[in-house]
Write a protein of this length. Structure first.
Length: 504
């Protein structure tokens, strides 16, 4: 997979201005009757397209390369041309084509079962003199906050979209679909080529999208709502494969992890930690809660966690302490969590985590997704439903969870380090640990897929309520990969989630 370079991590996508019910150019379009539209019609269109050869979009206009970061700082969608924005309906503003999102998308509005296409006009944007003459078209859109500046959801580029969550800070992204992620062959990036926008009740806005690529055609529906605890998207997809896919990724999440408290050797920047997410959370079909800290590995690594009918998975930013980042420009402690929750049985498959090495914060190097069991052959159809939750909290928190992981030399402090060994220190915090002490019978369960731990210790952290520390020294050869599973229990009852850690 190629690293996706971001426009800017310090881009806030904030613009103020009055929101109006219907922009002038939309009012003009409304005078026409439009075309019939429904979710069923879009599904049929996508499946019919799967029977035909893929037609690639035309090449981008030559001048689009000139619309770089500096030019975009001067270009803004005019607030008075915002779609909707009254009576609790989120306003919508468009993005122009630019060097980072080069492919035009078609955008229509849906009212009373009929769709009317929006027409691009340079007059929609202030600073349009920074758009070369041949650059005409929308690259995406965003949903604006009601009665306050800024936006809370944006669709732009390939099948990418992202939300600012409940803390109003963008971070990780989601995608419609991932194809052949983590393979030595090139990854295929499907595009959302057409969007239909339909206001709903109670401030909801539904986004319908047509997805296309050489090996897939499909229809997506997103019912988007902003709530006091974050942004919720109910997603439905129906698609058919045009060609064989070696690795199909459903509900893919994309994030960045450069370094954290556990891998200080990579901290060449002055800031203590730099990451959008610090771990992969999972809740298996059997109800086990799992936490896998993210890594910036020396080489690309794919891990798959087999499951059946999972209850959810997601990429989280658990560390909410500003002092751990010291970045007062992009506020990594405010980056949203993103949780995927199936709304129908998904059957057998695996949660896959792909990690790539990176040396900077402008590259996304983390991808997590669900891979259904069975071969993804040409002609196969998929229909799936799930919910995305963008929030600061965890939708299904464990009774006690891992809050910190450190890694360093093995052996007793003050003595010679143990050669060929590594120490892992993990802190678990939660209500299930409240009131427990060294006499309470708390023990740890530590399993390694290779070798044995040299030593294991578990004890309550002095002066810190509801927190226990696990220390494991593991011997391993250079270049050897060892996977560890660990949790705390009292008798036979598990007290904590399961920590999965990989020694590379």
């Amino acid at each position: 997979m190629m690293l996706r370079q971001r426009l800017s991590r310090r881009e806030t996508l904030v613009s103020a201005g009055a929101l109006v019910a219907l922009a002038p150019h939309v009012a003009a379009a409304a005078r026409s009757s439009g075309d019939p539209f429904s979710w069923e019609w879009l599904q049929a269109r996508a499946l019919a397209a799967a029977q035909r050869p893929y037609v690639a979009p035309p090449p981008p206009p030559h001048g689009v390369s000139a619309v770089d970061y500096d030019a975009l700082n001067h270009i803004a969608y005019r607030p008075e041309r915002t779609l909707w924005g009254k009576d609790g309906t989120p306003g919508v503003r468009m993005f122009p084509l630019n060097r980072y999102a080069r492919t035009p998308v078609q955008i229509s509005i849906v009212e009373n079962g009929r769709a009317r296409a929006l027409t691009f006009s340079r007059s929609l944007f202030s600073g349009a003199e920074h758009l070369p003459a041949d650059v005409a078209g929308f690259s995406g859109f965003r949903l604006m906050n009601v009665n306050e500046p800024g936006d809370w959801l944006a669709f732009q580029g390939a099948s990418y979209f992202r939300s600012a969550g409940s803390l109003n800070q963008y971070g990780l992204s989601a995608r419609g679909l991932a194809i052949d992620t983590g393979l030595p062959t090139p990854e295929e990036f499907p595009d959302f080529t057409h969007f239909w926008l339909e206001p709903g009740a109670n401030g909801a806005l539904t986004v319908y999208a047509l997805l296309a690529s050489p090996r897939v055609s499909g229809a997506w529906r997103f019912v988007n709502r902003k709530t006091p605890t974050g942004v919720v998207q109910d997603v439905s997809l129906v698609m058919q494969l045009r060609g064989d896919v070696a690795r199909l990724g459903i509900a893919p999440l994309t994030s960045m992890f450069w370094y954290g408290e556990g891998d200080r050797a990579q901290a060449i920047d002055w800031r203590p930690e730099i990451h959008d997410s610090d771990g992969l959370a999972m809740m298996t079909g059997g109800g086990e809660r799992i936490w896998r800290p993210l890594e910036n590995p020396p080489h690309a690594i794919l891990n798959s966690f087999a499951d059946e009918n999972p209850k959810g998975f997601g990429l989280f930013q658990r560390d909410r302490n500003f002092d751990h980042y010291q970045d007062d420009g992009v506020f990594y402690e405010k980056r949203p969590n993103l949780w995927v929750e199936p709304r129908s049985p998904w059957g057998a498959g695996a949660v896959s985590l792909f990690e790539m090495p990176t040396t900077r914060e402008t590259d996304d190097n983390i991808v997590a997704f669900w891979t259904p069991a069975g071969p993804a052959r040409a002609g196969r159809r998929y229909a799936m439903d799930y919910r995305l939750r963008w929030s600061a909290d965890e939708p299904q928190p464990a009774p006690a969870r891992v809050v910190d992981c450190w890694r360093g030399t093995a052996g007793r402090p003050g003595t010679e380090p143990i050669a060929g060994a590594t120490r892992l220190v993990a802190d678990f915090t939660g209500d299930s640990l409240a009131g427990l002490d060294r006499s309470s019978g708390v023990t740890s369960v530590v399993d390694l897929d290779q070798g044995k731990p040299l030593s294991v210790a578990v004890y309550p952290v002095v002066g810190v309520e509801r927190t226990w520390r696990l220390i494991v020294d593991v011997a391993h050869n250079k270049g050897q990969t060892i996977n560890m599973r660990a949790y705390l229990r009292n008798g036979r009852a598990a007290l904590t989630e399961t920590l999965i850690y990989q020694f590379v």
